[in-house]
Design a protein around this ligand. Structure first.
Ligand code: BDR
Ligand code: CA
Length: 311
């Protein structure tokens, strides 16, 4: 099969960085048409630079990186330096990128790429959905050229920013609802899945044992990233959120899922940004998303280690 064309929209962020490495290593299955960046885990000035650092670490100077929106649609920007550190990629000492930032705005790249697509494009979204929402507001017909939007975001049970809401959706809930209501085919990978994929000591040791600069940088970043979450959740490792999106594209059989109607709460101060998932048809609305339920965590780490071991 020909590789699947994808655009990765992200806010690196340590787990975004690992997801980028996994995608960039998987050239047989994925053609990365571009990487668009958004404000989220860190301000845009850092997320765009971090994306370029990771493309360079992967030896992929052919990948174009674009800066998108510097803030959410309506909400003030909330960042996550307490998880990803001041640089957004704390733990690894990566050189300043020589790979230049593309002059085109990320949203305009998304619109051009989707408009000119000879084949439908998959969007892998790893951060707040601002760029995707702005593109879809400008050109709603773009959904015709979207194969699938695979979103890391949302919480069915517990949130990680508030008791109800997950970070990517909470940061820009209005953008998330624009995307959920756009009519594009959506696959949702929520915290309920990503909390099954923990960075245990053994798994980090296996990544470090790759013995390569990529393995070492990945293990160093993940060691830093784990500290806050391990303390907070009392789990044997941190949830490795964003690589779940790329793993889904590479090996969907790792997952089980159900179709459901999903809507983002925009009204209640208590539950702002909650993804309300209707599994039992109570809303009377047709399903708009494939909601992932379970993942084979060992399978994901096997895939990750195998692929980044090739970089
Ligand atoms: C999501 O929030 C970010 O901090 C991570 O990069 C991930 O995309 C998890 O809630
Ligand atoms: Ca992210």
């Amino acid at each position: 099969m020909a590789p699947r064309p994808i655009i990765i929209d992200c806010d690196p962020g340590v787990d975004d960085a690992i997801a980028l490495l996994l995608a960039l290593a998987s050239t047989n299955e994925l053609t990365v048409l571009g990487v668009t960046t958004v404000a989220g885990n860190a301000p845009l000035s850092l997320t765009q630079k971090n994306a370029r650092k990771i493309c360079q670490l992967a030896g992929r100077l052919d990948v174009n990186v674009y800066a998108g929106c510097p803030r959410p649609l309506l909400q003030p920007l909330v960042t996550a330096e307490h998880v990803h550190g001041e640089t957004g990629l704390q733990g690894a000492d990566l050189p300043e990128p020589t790979l230049a930032l593309q002059p085109q705005h990320g949203v305009s790249f998304l619109i051009d790429a989707l408009t000119q697509a000879a084949e439908k494009i998959t969007l892998a979204t790893l951060g707040p959905l601002t760029n995707i929402a702005v593109a879809l507001i400008q050109q709603p017909q773009l959904i015709e050229n979207i194969e699938e939007i695979v979103v890391m975001g949302g919480a069915i049970t517990h949130g990680n920013v508030t008791p109800s809401a997950e970070f990517n959706i909470y940061v820009d809930p209005h953008a998330a609802q624009v995307v959920m209501g756009s009519g594009a085919p959506i696959t949702l990978i929520s915290l309920d899945v990503t909390h099954q994929v923990l960075t245990t000591t053994e798994r980090l040791a296996a990544i470090r044992a790759l013995g390569s600069p990529v393995g070492q940088a990945a293990a160093d970043m993940l060691a830093y990233y784990g500290t806050e979450d391990v303390d907070r959740y009392g789990l044997p490792g941190a949830p490795l959120h964003d690589p779940c999106v790329i793993a889904y594209l590479l090996q969907p059989t790792l997952y089980s899922h159900r179709q459901a109607y999903v809507e983002v709460d925009l009204a209640s101060p208590l539950t702002l940004g909650r993804t309300v998932v209707d599994f039992w048809g109570g809303s009377g609305r047709p399903a708009n998303a494939k909601v992932m339920l379970t993942i084979d965590a060992n399978g994901l780490y096997q895939l990750l280690i195998d692929r980044i071991g090739k970089l």
